[in-house]
Design a protein around this ligand. Structure first.
Ligand code: ADP
Ligand code: MG
Length: 480
C-alpha cells in the first residue's frame, strides 16, 4: 500500500498541518513557560507521527477502493499496472474516487442496457415461436406465456392457475410430476372443440428457479396434421388392398370353377372368361390409376412449363369418349371463347384429367342430355385460390345434367377411393381415384378446382389453369 500513499516528507507536512491547532497550543504553552519543552516537544512529535500513520492507512484504504472500482469498470489494464507497482496518476484522491465512480456508473448503465435488450429480444423469440409455450411456477401458476399460447387459449395465461384453462388429467399429472420429482415428461392432449386438435405436451423442469418464480417449461406441439396424415396413409393402404383383393378373389374363384365343375361346360366357360377379363381389366385400371397418382404426386413440386392449347386437348378427349357418350345417347359439346391464349401445362396430364371429368359426366349424367364443356378466359381464379395466384386464367368447366351430388359429399370427393355410391361406381368400372388424380394434376399446375352440384339438376366441375407467360408463384390450394 506504500506505493499508493504520498512521500514521507509530504505525509509529515500534511500531518503537521492537520495537527497545527494542537501543536500550536503546546508551543504557546512552552513559550509562555507554562509547559516544559522537554515533555512538550516529544509530545508534539508523537502527535504528528500518529496523525501521519492514521492518514497513511486511511489513504491506503481509499486507494484500495479506487483500485476495486477500476477493476469493476473493466479498467483492468490500469488496475493491473497499479497492482504491479506502476505509478499512480498524479490526481488527488477525491478526484480519483469521483472519476472511478463515474466510470462505474457508465459501466453499469451499459450493462443494464445490454441486459434489458437481451430480455426484450428473448421475449421476441418466445413470442415468435410457432408452438404455444408456458412457464409454470409454484402451485401450477403460469408465470409467463408466449403469443401462440395466448392465441390457443384465447386469454392471457400469465398469472392464472393452469387448471383454470387446461383441465386434462393426463397433462396436469405430467406438470405435477415435473414440479415435484421428474426432470421432464411428455403427454398427449386432445383439445376439445368443433374441430379437435391433438397436441404433444412436453413439460421440463428448469435447472434453477427463474427470477419470476418459474420452475418448469411447458411446450405444446400441434400434431393434428401429422396424425391425419398417418390415418390417411393407413386408410389408403387398407382401401387399395381391398380394391385389389375383390377382383383377385373373383379371378381365383372362377379359375377354380373352370378347372373343376365347369371344366366341360363351354357355355359356362365363355361366361366365366368374360367376367374374368372384366375383373382383370378392373385390376389393371386400378393399378394404372395408382401408378399415375403416385407419379403425379412425385412431380407435384415442379410445375410444368409448356404452353398447351387446351381446346385442342379437349377435342381429342371428346373424340376418344364419343362412342361411350353415344352409347348413352349423350353428346359432348365444347363451347369456347375465340382466340384463347395457351395455358401453362403438361398436355398428357391435362388430357388425363379432362378425360376423367368427361367420363364422370357421361357415367353420372342423365341419358339423352348433353355434356357441356366450356372454355373461357377468366379475370381471376376462385376464392379457393391463394390471393397471389388469382391472376387471369383459363377456366374449363365440365357440366352434366345428372342427378347431382349431395352437399355433404362435396368436401370429400377428391379423397382417394371416396365415392358417393361405391357399388354404382364399381359397376361402371370406376376406381374412385379419378377426382384425386384431377386434384393433384391441378395442384401441380398451380391452378384450382371447384365442384358445384345441385341434386336433381347436375354437376359442374371447373378447372382453373394459369395462362402461359403469366407470373407464377407459390403453391396451390385445390378446392375440395
Ligand atoms: N359428374 C358427377 N356427377 C355425380 N357424381 C359424381 C360426378 N363426378 C364424380 N362423382 C362422384 O364422385 C365420386 C368420385 O369420382 P372419381 O374419383 O372420378 O371416381 P369414380 O372412379 O367412381 O368415377 C364418384 O364415385 C361419384 O360418386
Ligand atoms: Mg371417375
Amino acid at each position: 500500500m506504500d506505493r499508493q500513499t504520498p512521500s514521507l516528507g509530504r505525509l509529515i507536512g500534511v500531518s503537521a498541518l492537520v495537527c497545527s491547532p494542537a501543536t500550536g497550543i503546546l508551543l504557546a504553552l512552552v513559550l509562555t513557560g507554562e509547559a516544559n519543552p522537554a515533555t512538550a516537544l516529544p509530545a508534539i512529535g508523537a502527535i504528528i507521527g500518529l496523525t501521519a500513520l492514521l492518514i497513511r492507512s486511511f489513504l491506503g484504504d481509499l486507494s484500495l477502493v479506487i483500485l476495486r472500482m477500476r477493476i469493476m469498470t473493466s479498467e483492468s489494464i490500469e488496475a493491473d499496472r497499479m497492482e504491479e507497482g506502476g505509478p499512480l496518476p498524479r490526481l488527488d484522491v477525491a478526484q480519483r474516487i469521483l472519476t472511478a465512480a463515474n466510470a462505474l456508473d457508465r459501466t453499469w448503465r451499459k450493462r443494464h442496457k445490454v441486459l434489458r435488450d437481451q430480455v426484450w429480444s428473448d421475449g421476441q423469440v418466445l413470442n415468435n415461436l410457432p408452438d404455444p409455450l408456458l412457464m409454470i411456477g409454484t402451485d401450477a401458476i403460469v408465470t409467463r406465456a408466449n403469443e401462440a399460447a395466448r392465441v390457443l387459449f384465447n386469454r392471457e395465461p400469465a398469472g392464472q392457475e393452469i387448471t383454470s384453462f387446461l383441465r386434462d388429467p393426463n397433462v396436469l399429472d405430467t406438470i405435477e410430476s415435473v414440479l415435484t420429482t421428474e426432470e421432464s415428461r411428455q403427454a398427449t392432449w386432445i383439445m376439445p372443440g368443433t374441430v379437435e386438435r391433438e397436441f404433444e405436451v412436453r413439460a421440463t423442469r428448469l435447472p434453477t428457479k427463474g427470477v419470476d418464480g418459474s420452475l418448469a417449461l411447458l411446450t405444446l406441439h400441434d400434431i393434428t396434421a401429422l396424425r391425419r396424415l398417418e390415418q390417411m396413409r393407413a386408410d389408403f393402404v387398407a382401401n387399395a388392398s381391398h380394391e385389389l383383393r375383390t377382383p383377385l378373389s373373383s379371378l381365383i374363384g372362377f379359375t377354380e370353377t373352370l378347372a373343376g365343375s365347369a371344366k366341360d361346360d363351354p357355355e359356362a366357360r365363355e361366361a366365366f372368361l368374360a367376367i374374368m377379363l372384366e375383373q382383370a381389366q378392373r385390376m389393371q385400371r386400378l393399378i394404372e390409376d395408382l401408378l399415375s397418382l403416385s407419379r403425379i404426386e412425385m412431380e407435384e413440386h415442379s410445375p410444368p412449363n409448356d404452353p398447351v392449347e387446351v381446346v385442342r386437348v379437349l377435342e381429342s378427349v371428346r373424340k376418344f369418349l364419343d362412342i361411350k357418350a353415344r352409347d348413352k345417347s349423350m353428346e359432348i359439346r365444347i363451347e369456347s371463347d375465340a382466340a384463347l391464349p395457351p395455358a401453362i401445362g403438361d398436355g398428357d396430364q391435362l388430357s388425363q384429367i379432362f378425360q376423367n371429368l368427361m367420363d364422370n359426366a357421361i357415367k353420372y349424367g342423365r341419358p339423352g342430355t348433353p355434356v357441356m364443356v366450356g372454355v373461357a378466359l377468366c379475370d381471376r381464379g376462385p376464392p379457393a385460390m391463394p390471393a397471389a395466384l388469382r391472376a387471369p386464367c383459363l377456366k374449363v368447366s365440365v357440366r352434366d345434367q345428372g342427378e347431382g351430388i349431395g352437399k355433404e359429399h362435396l368436401p370429400r370427393l377428391t379423397e382417394r377411393f371416396y365415392r358417393v355410391d361405391k357399388a354404382r361406381s364399381r359397376a361402371m368400372g370406376g376406381t374412385g381415384l379419378g377426382l384425386a388424380i384431377v386434384k393433384h394434376v391441378v395442384a401441380r399446375h398451380r391452378g384450382a378446382l371447384t365442384i358445384e352440384s345441385k341434386q336433381g339438376e347436375g354437376t359442374t366441375i371447373s378447372v382453373f389453369l394459369p395462362l402461359h407467360g403469366a407470373k407464377r408463384m407459390g403453391a396451390v390450394n385445390a378446392a375440395e
